[in-house]
Design a protein around this ligand. Structure first.
Ligand code: FES
Ligand SMILES: [Fe+2]
Length: 341
């Protein structure tokens, strides 16, 4: 799926970077092929405009923040969060032309990240009640550029069949190539897939799972939120809850920004953020190696009956069906190999 060919994708919120990264000044980002600059206003909330000064086209991300505005680093023109030029230092007595502006985007802070929607959003950012629940702590994990497509990461995130192969070095049980339970319910936001399976629990994951047993049972409640967000609830028999949020923010047709954070109903002393990140870094590195080998255009031969009949391929098929419906509902689009038989 070539994401830059689908205008409707501009109408969703995407996390682009941790808010903390903006503390040092404006930052560039490419979202759906569009070069944007993000900065923090004086109240700590983010603003985003096109990363191109309307004077002589310098990148605004090379400038600096002045109050609520961004100042171009070339001749000091200043822009507000709506993209209007509000100051031209070389012509202080002249009215600023109304055409002196740059495109502005929707921006907001949520869950510790700056989120951007390029056009009018179709839906709010998906809810994470645990973020405001004192029983849970939040750990920011990864902010990485991968050479793959967001649909590829999403289908991977709901595919229990790859654990035995891709994750055999961490939690995957090579002898258990089918989960003992799988159910999928479509929802307005996408779907929830429930899976129960036994995983390997090597010493390096004992504090992650909260048990020293060589294997343990993992109960997944895994939500897909259109278009490219995954909220993975993991429960263990000891009552430990581990919620992973993974967002595949579309950079361009070949790259995504992987933003991942988690929530746990335990304490830092039970398993430190550094331990959690070390273990999960190994797990997502295993996914990255394989996902960077796949065709980023995310084609799939859905006429193959074997894929239709396998539970592990159902989430990917439903994602294609829902994305295709979304593209059709919003008219202008180029389906481009995103075909469901
Ligand atoms: S190029 Fe930005 S102020 Fe001149
Ligand atoms: Fe994986």
């Amino acid at each position: 799926m070539l994401v830059t060919k689908q205008p409707v994708l501009r109408r969703f919120w995407y996390p682009v970077m941790p808010l903390a990264k903006l503390a040092t000044g404006p930052q560039p980002f490419t979202l759906l092929g569009e070069s944007i600059v993000i900065w923090l206003k004086s109240d700590g909330t983010p603003a985003a405009v096109r990363d191109r000064c309307c004077h002589r086209t310098a990148k605004l991300s090379k400038g600096c923040v002045v109050g609520d505005h961004i100042q171009c680093g070339y001749h000091g023109w200043e822009y507000d969060a709506r993209g209007a030029c509000v100051k031209i230092p070389q012509a202080p007595d002249n009215a600023i032309p109304s055409g002196a502006r740059v495109p502005a985007y929707h921006a907001q802070a949520r869950y510790g990240y700056a989120w951007v929607a390029l056009d009018e959003p179709l839906a709010d950012i998906f809810p994470i009640p645990e973020h405001d629940d004192a029983a849970y702590r939040c750990v920011q994990q990864f902010d990485e550029r991968w050479k793959t497509s967001p649909l590829r990461l999403m289908e991977n995130s709901f595919d229990a069949a790859h654990f035995a192969f891709v994750h055999r070095g961490t939690f995957g049980q090579f002898s258990k190539q089918k989960p003992e339970f799988f159910a999928l319910n479509e929802t307005e936001y996408g779907f929830e897939a429930e899976t129960k399976l036994v995983i390997n629990n090597p010493p390096a994951s004992h504090r992650i799972t909260g048990t020293t047993e060589p294997t343990t049972r993992r109960h997944f409640r895994n939500q897909w939120h259109l278009p490219f967000n995954r909220r993975l609830g993991l429960n263990y028999p000891n009552g430990l809850e581990h919620l992973i949020v993974t967002c595949a923010t579309p950079v361009d047709d070949e790259h995504i920004q992987v933003l991942q954070w988690l929530y746990r109903n335990d304490a830092e002393a039970d398993c430190s953020a550094a331990e959690l990140n070390k273990w999960d870094a190994q797990v997502i590195a295993e996914d990255k190696v394989i996902l960077e080998t796949v065709d980023y255009d995310a084609p799939i031969d859905v006429s193959r009956q074997v894929e239709r009949s396998m539970p592990s391929d159902q989430p990917g098929l439903i994602m294609r069906k829902r994305l295709l419906a979304l593209l059709r509902e919003h008219g202008e689009h180029e389906v481009h190999r995103l075909t469901v038989a």
